[in-house]
Design a protein around this ligand. Structure first.
Ligand SMILES: Nc1nc2c(c(=O)[nH]1)N(C=O)[C@@H](CNc1ccc(C(=O)N[C@@H](CCC(=O)O)C(=O)O)cc1)CN2
Ligand SMILES: Nc1nc2c(ncn2[C@@H]2O[C@H](COP(=O)(O)OP(=O)(O)OP(=O)(O)O)[C@@H](O)[C@H]2O)c(=O)[nH]1
Ligand SMILES: [Mg+2]
Length: 471
């Protein structure tokens, strides 16, 4: 054990609840709890109880009884942190929570820093770094997809994949370095064909992990979808229909939405972040033009752009119908790589012949997906949700593959990939063993950064500072 002190913190959410858990970890945890606990069933001290047992009794200070509680004991190394751990489940009043924490602070505990329990678990080898980071992701997960990714990472799927590659690579590094000791004799301990295969395999896995970040990142933060179009076409009405609440102000005055409005919605376990924007038009209004400028920024940031137009207006006016085709082409040219979904809104207003002319207009917009909806009645909105899901590449998610969501991991993977490419090139060009060994060691270093074999106090400080207190 690295630490001499015993830490204490509330492990449950702050505020009143039915029950609250106060957690102690460190070498005096059991002794401190024992000295302030009276069992209801016997006189046995907590220090004499077995690990992973629960005891009903009272937390006392001298003759004063603070609360009736359940106390759980975990003896090192068999606990979450790997240290002696005690959990006190008390009645969930904020006053009781505070009294018990204060008591243990007076008796010599120290208030835990954010993430310190998990930091200790990491330092005691209970979790590797990427698993510890997954604990934070798990707590933050609010939909099926982000939950699944965090669980997978916490179980160690990602770590073991990286650790396995690292070990194989380490093996070869040792062999190549051994050759250097026998430089005069011109021997090859490391079979170059086998090594080439390994490097290929590592490249392939790294590439897949790196690519997965695009999916992972949007899943973690919600996939941003910008709803854009001219004023009054029904963008805000659509946002409200999607969210099923009156989130944005709707009116028949063009230019109602001036600032962007964002809200999240989970569709089939995937989080989306919908962004309602100010309608695009030429305007002299200063505030409105700022809003329109922001609309274009939001399009840049969006993963999917939903372009809305008023089907009723378009199908009743030839000039306007030509115009809309031009507008859509403009957006397409400006953002050629953005997935674009074109939507004809207000179809509840269309007569049969207008529906006909709408179809002929839409057929002029090439290579785009389009849908017809009524944001007001809700017709076609479910279909729109299905289309949005199709835009997201959820293949990796369904196949239970490892998905990288953490920027730190992504950075290390990119650097490892770069080094592996150098090794690959070295093998192809017959680079000398000593130079190749340097590149391999660099790649190993970046692998080690992910799982935490290689860390610094700064890095650990940064990672765990973002945890909540008590975790
Ligand atoms: N009350 C409570 N609930 C909790 C936690 C906790 O610490 N306390 N957890 C966390 O915050 C999670 C569970 N994580 C845990 C992980 C390991 C051990 C543990 O005692 N491990 C030992 C013994 C395993 C065994 O039973 O054999 C070990 O690893 O050696 C406990 C909790 C979620 N729920
Ligand atoms: N009949 C019908 N009216 C709609 C539909 N969608 C929106 N409207 C009406 O169109 C008008 C404009 O709707 P908004 O949602 O405010 O339009 P917007 O695109 O957000 O407009 P700006 O914020 O000004 O850019 C309102 O009077 C809505 O009630 C629809 O599907 N059918
Ligand atoms: Mg609006």
């Amino acid at each position: 054990m690295i630490y001499n002190d015993t830490i204490v913190a509330l492990a449950t959410a702050s505020g009143a609840g039915a029950v609250a858990i106060i957690r102690l970890s460190g070498k005096d945890a059991i002794a401190l709890a024992s000295a302030n606990f009276k069992s209801v069933t016997n006189n046995k001290k907590l220090v004499n109880q077995k690990t992973h047992t629960i005891h009903l009794g009272h937390i006392v200070e001298g003759t004063r009884v603070i609360d009736q509680v359940l106390v759980s004991i975990f003896k090192n190394p068999n606990s979450y942190t790997g240290e002696d751990v005690v959990e006190v489940s008390c009645h969930g009043s904020v006053y009781i929570q505070q009294e018990i924490i204060q008591l243990f602070l007076r008796k010599g505990c120290r208030m835990a820093n954010p993430g310190e329990f998990t930091l200790r678990a990491f330092l005691n080898g209970k979790l590797d770094l990427s698993q510890a980071e997954a604990v934070a992701d798990l707590i933050a997960s609010d939909n099926e997809a982000s939950h699944q990714i965090a669980m997978q990472q916490m179980r160690g799927g990602f770590s073991s994949e990286i650790a396995k590659l690292r070990e194989e690579l380490l093996n070869f590094a040792s062999l190549i370095e051994l050759e250097l000791d026998f430089a005069e004799e011109d021997v090859e301990f490391a079979d170059r064909t086998q090594f080439k295969d390994l490097v290929e395999r590592i490249s392939f896995v790294l590439k897949r992990l790196i690519d997965s970040f695009a999916v992972g990142n949007v899943i973690k933060n919600g996939i941003p979808v910008a709803i854009v179009g001219e004023p009054n076409v029904g963008k805000s009405t659509l946002l409200n229909a999607l969210l099923n609440e009156e989130r944005a102000i709707v009116s028949d005055i063009a230019g109602t939405t001036r600032d962007t409005i964002e809200d999240e919605l989970v569709i089939n376990g995937i989080g989306f972040r919908f962004i309602d924007t100010a309608g695009i038009r030429d305007t002299k209004d200063v505030v409105e033009s700022i809003g329109i400028k922001k609309t274009f920024e939001k399009i840049e940031q969006a993963q999917v752009v939903v372009y809305l137009f008023d089907a009723d207006v378009i199908s009743s006016d030839d000039k306007k119908s030509e115009n809309i085709v031009v507008e859509i082409e403009k957006i397409k040219n400006k953002y050629p790589l953005k997935p674009l979904l074109i939507i004809a809104n207000k179809i509840d207003k269309l007569t049969e012949d207008k529906k006909q002319s709408l179809n002929s207009i839409l057929s002029k917009v090439e290579g785009s997906q389009y849908l017809s909806i009524s944001a007001k009645s809700g017709e076609g909105v479910e279909n729109l949700k299905t289309q949005l899901l199709n835009f997201v590449n959820t293949g990796a998610l369904k196949n239970n593959e490892t998905i990288v969501t953490n920027t730190r991991h992504y950075d290390s993977l990119l650097k490892a990939f770069e080094e592996i490419q150098k090794v690959k090139y070295g093998l192809e060009t017959g680079l000398s063993g000593d130079l190749m060994a340097i590149d391999i060691r660099q790649a190993l270093y970046h692998f080690g950064e992910i799982t935490g074999e290689i860390t610094s106090d700064d890095l650990l400080g940064n990672i765990f500072a973002n945890f909540c207190i008590g975790k």
